[in-house]
Design a protein. Structure first.
Length: 605
């Protein structure tokens, strides 16, 4: 096949995908991210409402048409002739799309991979058998979790036995007491090498895929994509819509007296739960984890459920770091229980206390609690960098951060704060000192920024007082033409010696004329019919962002207060005294007398 491996900015690849669909190509689109598929599907339908498409992943598996597609994919595709078929990793096994002797054909397979290793990526894109071009976007590296390559011991034992028997059969030797142990050792060594390779594939994702495709005999071209601002903004807006809708749905779900954590587990483990069932499970867990917070409020649900629950995870981690003894005792109990099981599932051992200890020991908690501003020269920031580098391997294992001594000290501060879902405000106060100052966002600071932004908006509007509508329209047109000319000047600086795909000056990895209608006609926000609003849109959007940030900060504070109360209640029931905590600790039902509505175990969250 003809394969093009893209890397760089995903927004450029998303723009390319939209362009291909606009041109009428029939696309089979796969990704290891369900959120990515959902955003792309919504983007395409916004552009082409008449487009016929279907998405097969866990979130749509309950739909009758998706069930039929799962059972008889070739027959359904030949009958419906979808322009775009989206499918997720759940479809990589058992799906064999043959093309039905020309009854249906896709012009191209496109894929965005961010999570899975190369072997799984190949399985997904190879579901479609007919020869057609492959366009594959690859993240440079994929986060490797510390224990993900260990595997289940029960599965490992069974696999070792089967592989040893297979080796004996292939070598035509008896599988008995004389050679059983050497064969099993050989199989075990093979498994260790295979899992190590899987980890390496994730660390060098892009290079691994290119090498694999070349080894399989495909023609491979590599293309670097630059940032596509307009597409990035669109996808961000679509992601916002999806998160808002989900938050509204979670908030609207009523809970009864019998709704507890066990019910949430059952709903989550269903093979094809519908949106209401998934939303109910999510709301139960939020209510249990943060007692006293009003999750009937859509705004709170939005911030607690968006971006894969980044705020919830960050708040819970901060509360755990501030109550490390209770979490450590709970983790100790959970670990002992794991080792008392007949099959030791090492990859399920809890590490919450280890993560919380990293956060506490680096000093980030004291820094975010202060009202000071920090620069890369601040003693606290330099000390944070020193402590993080001393345990850089642990930060990489538990949080996926690769820290290096040559990185700026402020990078260590912002990444550590990211684990806690804390936002920073960056500014350059004064005219002589040009250092960037970082302060943790709080309501007082945001109110100051809001007052400044409102004053600037008034000053900007005052510039156009007394102008007619025609005069304002001429100013808007002049700004559009200036932006268009600037774009072409930037693209014209392409050096003839440099290939088009690898040249950073060639916008988005494609010549500018490809994006004529898509980009230039939307330089300004044309939904704003009032010319004065267009001219002051930047200032108004800044105010809107500050208002949204203020709401986020307030909600995070409420969640943190609830989490700290929960951990304090757990600490009061746990004796942190040698090994006696194993006898007195009851983290599953603390403060609840065995109530099914108790919060989750502190060791695992």
């Amino acid at each position: 096949r003809s394969c093009t491996c893209y890397h760089g900015q995903a927004s450029g690849f998303e723009a390319l995908a939209l362009q291909r669909v606009r041109q009428g190509e029939r696309i089979l689109f796969t990704s290891d991210s369900q959120k990515e598929l959902e955003k792309l599907e919504r983007l395409f339908k916004k552009e082409m409402p008449e487009m016929k498409s279907i998405r097969n992943d866990r979130h749509t598996a309950y739909l009758p048409e998706v069930k039929e597609l799962t059972i008889s994919p070739n027959q359904v595709l030949a009958r419906e002739l979808f322009q775009v078929l989206f499918y997720s990793p759940g479809c990589k096994s058992g799906w064999d799309l043959t093309g039905e002797d020309g009854a249906y054909q896709f012009d191209r397979v496109m894929a965005i991979f961010r999570v899975l290793p190369t072997s799984d990526q190949i399985q997904m894109i190879a579901r479609y058998r007919p020869d057609c071009p492959w366009d594959i976007y690859l993240a440079e590296t994929i986060q490797v979790h510390g224990n993900e390559a260990v595997g289940s011991p029960r599965k490992l034992s069974r696999q070792m036995l089967e592989e040893a028997q297979s080796i004996a059969h292939g070598w035509n030797i008896p599988y008995d007491h004389s050679n059983r142990l050497p064969l099993e050792q050989f199989a075990r060594d093979h498994y260790v090498v295979a899992t190590a390779r899987a980890g390496l594939e994730k660390r060098i994702n892009r290079y691994s895929m290119v090498q694999r495709l070349i080894e399989d005999g495909h023609t491979v071209e590599e293309v670097q994509l630059s940032y596509h601002k307009k597409m990035a903004e669109r996808m961000k807006a679509i992601s916002y819509e999806i998160d808002r809708e989900w938050g509204d749905l979670v908030a609207s779900i009523p809970l009864g007296d019998g709704d507890n954590v066990e019910l949430a587990k059952k709903l989550e483990q269903m093979e094809a739960p519908n949106p209401l069932q998934r939303a109910k499970a999510e709301k139960i867990r939020l209510v249990m984890q943060f007692p006293g917070v009003d999750f009937n409020n859509p705004e709170i649900c939005y911030f607690a459920t968006r971006q894969y629950k980044q705020m919830v995870r960050g708040v819970d981690l901060e509360a755990a770091a501030r109550n490390l003894e209770a979490v450590g005792a709970a983790q100790k109990k959970a670990t002992i229980e794991q080792f008392e099981e007949p099959i030791i599932a090492v990859h399920h051992l809890p590490h919450k206390a280890d993560k919380a200890a990293l956060i506490r020991d680096c000093g980030i908690l004291d820094m975010v609690a202060s009202d000071e501003s920090f620069t890369f020269l601040s003693p606290q920031v330099l000390e944070l960098k020193r402590k993080v580098l001393a345990r850089a391997a642990d930060w990489q294992r538990f949080f996926g951060f690769n820290f290096a001594p040559e990185q700026e000290p402020i990078t260590f501060l912002t990444r550590a704060a990211k684990c806690l879902a804390i936002k920073f405000d960056a500014s350059r106060p004064g005219t002589e000192e040009r250092l960037r100052h970082y302060r943790v966002c709080n309501t007082g600071l945001i109110d100051e920024r809001l007052e400044e932004a409102i004053v600037k908006l008034g000053e900007e509007r005052a510039k156009y007082d007394g102008m007619t509508i025609a005069e304002l329209d001429r100013i808007v047109d002049a700004k559009k033409q200036k932006s268009r000319a600037k774009f072409f000047r930037s693209a014209a600086r392409v050096s003839p010696e440099v290939t088009s795909g690898a040249c950073p000056a060639r916008k988005y990895g494609r010549p500018p004329e490809d994006f004529e209608g898509e980009f230039f006609n939307e330089v300004m926000n044309m939904e704003r019919v009032n010319s004065l609003e267009i001219l002051t849109a930047e200032h108004q959007e800044h105010i809107d962002k500050l208002l949204a940030l203020r709401s986020e900060v307030e909600i995070r504070a409420a969640l943190l207060e609830s989490a700290l109360r929960r951990y304090a209640a757990a600490s009061s029931t746990i004796s942190i005294d040698s090994d006696s905590d194993m006898e007195t600790m009851d983290v599953d039902n603390f403060g609840g007398g065995g109530d099914d509505r108790s919060p989750p175990d502190l060791a695992t969250g």
